[in-house]
Each structure stands twice: as structure tokens, then as C-alpha cells.
Design a protein around this ligand. Structure first.
Ligand SMILES: C[S@@+](CC[C@H](N)C(=O)[O-])C[C@H]1O[C@@H](n2cnc3c(N)ncnc32)[C@H](O)[C@@H]1O
Length: 192
């Protein structure tokens, strides 16, 4: 089954232009990835798996005015969430020049008004409060809590893309939920 069919089966509601934009994103990623090492996902199927993984939380995330993705790399999950949530202003913070340039290129080519690329380490970003802070494959939960402290308040939600070891990283002192799919443990931190 293709990505579109799988997402439809999961009742994930996406904007009309999502798959058109995803197709363009994938074409660019293939080209750039041949020259620069942007992501480990090298073929169409692996990229589709990354896209599914990135976008699945649209099924449970609250409506958000803005979102910060820490360490977006080639676009996961922040760029994919930006394509899925056009009414959310998405900030992608990524210090590596090639990766940040790729993200900036995608923003320009797809004319994404809701995307801002910040080529910095998150520690060097000016403080600002976001409704949602996401991160995948950057560092552990404690470090992400530290790195995000200037970018959240008591109403913000944090969404960290984790594996099974998430249970070693959180306990009841942190108000959280874990949403599981076949290959992922989504850690959602924050009050209801
Ligand atoms: C393993 S890659 C994961 C990229 C992407 N999130 C993904 O899942 O494919 C980790 C990324 O985090 C970025 N990174 C590392 N430390 C960071 C920091 N302090 N602030 C922002 N980004 C950081 C790296 O440059 C790298 O692109």
C-alpha cells in the first residue's frame, strides 16, 4: 500500500496539496542526498516510512499557532509537519549548513509561508514561547527538556519521537503520555 492509502486508512486528515508537496520534497531530497549526506533514508520506501513517522502525530496533536522543531536535519519531523499543518507557523532550527540550506531551498521552492529556518544551535536561538516543541533523533529527553526551556511555558506541549527506551527516560514526575505505533513511541509531555 502506498503512503497516501496508509494515511487515509489511519484517518489522518491532511491538506489538499500535501501529497503534491511531498512529491516535490522527495524529488529534491533524492537529488540533494546524492551529493550531500542529508539523511539515512535513501530510497522512496524509506523516505515514505520517515514521512509516515513524522506526520502520524497530526492524529493526536492539539491545534497549535506555532511549533518549534529542534534539529530538523533533512526535514524530519518539522518540515513534514509544516506541510501537514499549513495554519501552524513552524520554526526549524538546524545548525548544519547543508541541511539548513536544503530546508531553506524547500521553503522557497514550495512557497511555504508557514516555515522559518534558523541556522543555529537551539541554545543560540533567542527565547520565544511555542505551543508545541518537537524533536526526533537529536538527544535524550532530559537534554531536550533543558534545550527547550526558553521555548515553552506551562501550556506548551513537547513531542519527542522515541523508541522503546523512552521508559528509561521518563517517570511520573513528568506529566506525559506515550502513543505507540508499530515502530515508534511518541512521547507527549504537558498538561491536558
Ligand atoms: C541524527 S540528526 C536527526 C535529524 C532529524 N531530526 C531526523 O530525525 O532525521 C540530528 C540533527 O540534530 C542537529 N543538532 C544537533 N545538536 C543540535 C542543537 N544543539 N541544536 C539544534 N540542532 C542540533 C544536527 O545538526 C542534526 O542535523
Amino acid at each position: 500500500m502506498d503512503l497516501k492509502a496508509i494515511l487515509a486508512q489511519d484517518n489522518i486528515i491532511l491538506p489538499d496539496d500535501f501529497f503534491y508537496n511531498i512529491q516535490k520534497y522527495k524529488e529534491h531530497l533524492f537529488k540533494w542526498n546524492k551529493i550531500h549526506n542529508l539523511t539515512g533514508a535513501k530510497d522512496s520506501n524509506s523516505i515514505d516510512e520517515f514521512i509516515y513517522d513524522a506526520v502520524f502525530p497530526v492524529s493526536f496533536l492539539p491545534k497549535a499557532k506555532n511549533l518549534l522543531d529542534i534539529g530538523t536535519g533533512a526535514g524530519f519531523p518539522g518540515m513534514i509537519l509544516a506541510l501537514a499543518l499549513p495554519d501552524t507557523q513552524v520554526t526549524l532550527v538546524e545548525p548544519l549548513t547543508k541541511r539548513a540550506s536544503f530546508l531553506q531551498f524547500i521553503k522557497a521552492d514550495l512557497e511555504l509561508d508557514n516555515v522559518r529556518v534558523v541556522k543555529k544551535r537551539v541554545e543560540d536561538m533567542e527565547a520565544e514561547i511555542f505551543d508545541i516543541v518537537t524533536s526526533r533523533a537529536v538527544t535524550d529527553t532530559q537534554m531536550l527538556l533543558n534545550l527547550s526551556k526558553n521555548f515553552r511555558d506551562e501550556k506548551s506541549k513537547l513531542l519527542f519521537y522515541k523508541g522503546e527506551r523512552v521508559y528509561d527516560e521518563v517517570d511520573e514526575s513528568i506529566k506525559h503520555k506515550i502513543i505507540k505505533t508499530k515502530n515508534r513511541h511518541y512521547l507527549l509531555i504537558g498538561e491536558d
